[in-house]
Design a protein around this ligand. Structure first.
Ligand code: C5P
Ligand code: MG
Length: 297
């Protein structure tokens, strides 16, 4: 019975009884978690999105910034630049999360958004040396429990691959300032290209947006080939676009997909439950991820 099932998860991972947790197939999920534990930490890797997955979506009813928003809102952007970046956000973000549009419809529009935003940012004479202060002055917050997550993975030498459509220079600075940028953490993201005097001139290619987080941008990186023995995967994301992040891993034996459902919860619930093994609704913490890792490691 359902009650029986829940009680058994509770014994293994008490955090799965939090009211924010939704699971469509509890038996399957427990089977995958058990299999990952049996394989051991030498077979495990974590693949995670950054914005709104490792960082918080909101705090006290206010939205927290993405790595792009941190730049958009910073003192180095002119008032005119800020307005244009905000207009782009208000136009394209609803498209990004619209459940009634297909990925094929969304893809060219996301390329348009990222391209326009990167062009605007590149006109602002942002200096490489300003990034640390911009991050320090921002409202960005990592989810509660980030310390335990990064510390545990470091302690057990589990590789953590952060695959982000955000801004790599900014997100690296966030985890550096949080003192968790350990050697087992690897990042693929959009990186800034500075001229000889350290002023932003453009963004490096390939452009990573919400809906091309797959092999098409990982082809050049040897990362997954090195990790071909890491056949157990825990994938963390908040968007339907994050589901393909592990596609480049050559031989996946066990994969557990955990999805943070942050926005438009009612409208998106059905699709998230079909796609993610575990859905965390309006949960600003990493409690469930940490609980699963505590059981596995
Ligand atoms: O790290 P992640 O892949 O989540 O980063 C992408 C996020 O950044 C998207 O969810 C999108 O809403 C946001 N974004 C933004 N400003 C842009 C482009 C994307 O806030 N100019
Ligand atoms: Mg995200």
């Amino acid at each position: 019975t359902a009650r029986h099932g829940t009680a058994r998860h509770g014994e293994m991972v008490p955090e799965l009884q939090k009211s924010t947790v939704r699971i469509q197939q509890p038996e399957r999920v427990m089977g995958v978690i058990r299999a990952i534990k049996e394989q051991g930490c030498s077979k495990l890797q974590v693949i995670s999105d950054f914005d709104m997955t490792l960082s918080r979506f909101g705090c006290n009813g206010r939205r927290c910034p993405t790595s792009h928003n941190i730049l958009d809102n910073s003192h180095v952007i002119s008032e005119d630049g800020k307005k244009k970046l905000k207009d782009l956000l208000h136009h394209y973000y609803p498209i990004e999360i619209d459940p009634n549009r297909t990925l094929e419809e969304k893809r060219p529009l996301m390329v348009e958004w990222w391209t326009r935003a990167h062009e605007l940012l590149s006109q602002q004479k942002i200096q490489k040396g300003d990034i640390a202060q911009i991050v320090r002055e921002s409202d960005v917050m990592l989810r509660d429990g980030f310390n335990e997550l990064f510390d545990q993975l470091h302690k057990y030498s589990v590789p953590m691959f952060i695959f982000s459509a955000g801004v790599g220079d900014v997100l690296e600075e966030i985890i550096r300032q949080a003192n968790v940028f350990y050697p087992n953490v690897n990042v693929v993201s959009n990186y800034m290209d500075f001229d000889d005097s350290g002023v932003l001139k453009c963004f490096k290619s390939p452009l990573i947006h919400t809906y091309n987080k797959n092999n098409s941008v990982l082809q050049g990186t040897a990362y997954f080939q090195q990790l071909s023995t890491r056949t157990s995967i825990i994938l963390l994301g908040d968007s339907m676009g994050d589901l393909t992040m592990a596609d480049g891993v050559p031989s996946v034996e066990n994969i557990l997909k955990i999805g943070f459902l942050n926005d438009k919860v009612e409208e998106q619930r059905g699709r998230y439950l079909d796609a993610y093994d575990i859905v965390l609704e309006s949960d600003e913490t990493l409690d469930v991820v940490n609980g699963i890792l505590r059981y596995i490691l």
